[in-house]
Design a protein around this ligand. Structure first.
Ligand code: UDP
Length: 348
């Protein structure tokens, strides 16, 4: 048994993309893990391989509602990771009220659970707290440039409020808190209908559909492979001194969306054409984390380069498409040897 030593970690949002990978890592490191997920964007499939794992449990529950009193008394988590929130723009904008309340009321409920149990708490925050940044690269001391009334605000302002709550609980000595500001992350278990750029263009390229670039593709992002990100989250939780403030976690290798598209198309060997689509409202022009703090304090930095990470992601989506085709949709196989991916809008 390694460092978890049978202690209980709660992962809120544990059936999601990041949460399910974090769950795997915590189980590997000897924890018992309870995932709490409302399964709106998280999927049971992400945890299916753990069905027979005695140290794992999944509770279908919405963190907006406080846990039942008997569970609050019974559960004595040593650590709570709060990853509960829809994270892709089309998903979090489809029910903005719920998105905002998940971050504000949900975080408050989980902080109170941590307070009652004396658990350490990690809040998954986001690079979106910087909005469309005037400071580049983004350093944790930058307060951000968020439009508080735009369509992204339910997520951005919700996550900013969650940070506020977390640091107030810390300042008043109620909970030992860590806050990670997570930058764009990609990898296996993203949803095909996630709507984000990596999943969209990988699925489009694999199925030979036109690849969508929003705007002229000159906006930049910096993409971190999921395995690197999860290691960073765990190191932050383990960090001994709580007065660290928020910590950026992401890969500082920045590129334009257009360059990303070209890399994906080349790696898939696809002959897909590239089409421009309208740039979403308030789409940040550029984004790149300054990870000096994570490097210095956590000894963490990403190890997986973009090509290796994209290859693993492409392989996973290709295998996933084969599985879907084999199980459900024989008619989906297309002529070029790849199974057709579900469309980004979720249609067949
Ligand atoms: N984007 C794109 N094509 C897509 C999906 C997204 O060009 O099919 C762009 C989007 O406008 C943004 C960037 O890719 O500039 C990253 O978008 P994503 O939704 O993945 O993440 P976020 O905007 O939250 O960083």
């Amino acid at each position: 048994m390694t460092k978890g030593n049978g202690r209980l970690a709660i992962v809120a949002g544990g059936a999601g993309f990041l949460g399910s990978h974090l769950t795997d890592l915590l189980l590997d490191r000897g924890y018992r893990v309870l995932c709490i997920d409302n399964l709106r964007t998280g999927r049971r499939d992400n945890l299916r391989h753990l069905e027979r794992e005695p140290r794992f449990d999944l509770m279908e529950w919405d963190v907006i509602v406080p846990l039942p009193g008997k569970d609050q008394k019974r559960l004595r988590p040593a650590e709570i990771y709060n990853l509960a929130c829809a994270a892709s723009p089309p998903h979090y904008q489809s029910d903005p009220e719920h998105t905002m309340l998940t971050s504000v009321v949900g975080t408050r409920n989980l902080l109170r659970l941590a307070e009652g149990a004396g658990a350490r708490f990690l809040q998954a925050s986001t690079s979106e707290v910087y909005g469309d940044p005037d400071v580049h690269p983004q350093v944790e001391t930058y307060w951000g440039n968020v439009n508080p009334t735009g369509p992204r605000a339910c997520y951005d302002e919700g996550k900013r409020s969650a940070e506020t709550l977390a640091f107030d609980f810390l300042r008043t000595g109620r909970v030992d808190v860590r806050v990670a500001r997570i930058f764009n992350t990609y990898g296996p278990r993203m949803r095909a209908d996630d709507g984000r750029v990596v999943s969209n263009i990988v699925c489009q390229a694999l199925s030979g559909k036109p690849v969508t670039v929003y705007g002229d593709g000159s906006q930049t992002r910096s993409f971190c492979y999921v395995g690197d990100l999860i290691e960073g989250l765990n190191r932050l939780m383990d960090y001994g001194a709580p007065d660290l403030g928020p910590v950026n976690l992401g890969n500082p290798a920045e590129l334009t969306v257009r360059d990303l598209v070209d890399r994906v198309v080349a790696l898939t060997g696809s002959e897909a054409t590239v089409v421009e689509a309208p740039l979403p409202v308030d789409d940040p022009r550029r984004r790149r984390p300054d990870i000096t703090k994570a490097r210095d304090r956590l000894g963490w930095e990403p190890r997986i380069g973009l090509d290796a990470g994209l290859r693993a992601t492409i392989d996973w989506f290709a295998a996933e498409a084969e599985r879907v085709v084999a199980e459900d949709f024989p008619r989906r196989r297309n002529g070029n040897g790849h199974a057709a991916m579900p469309a980004a809008d979720g249609s067949a």
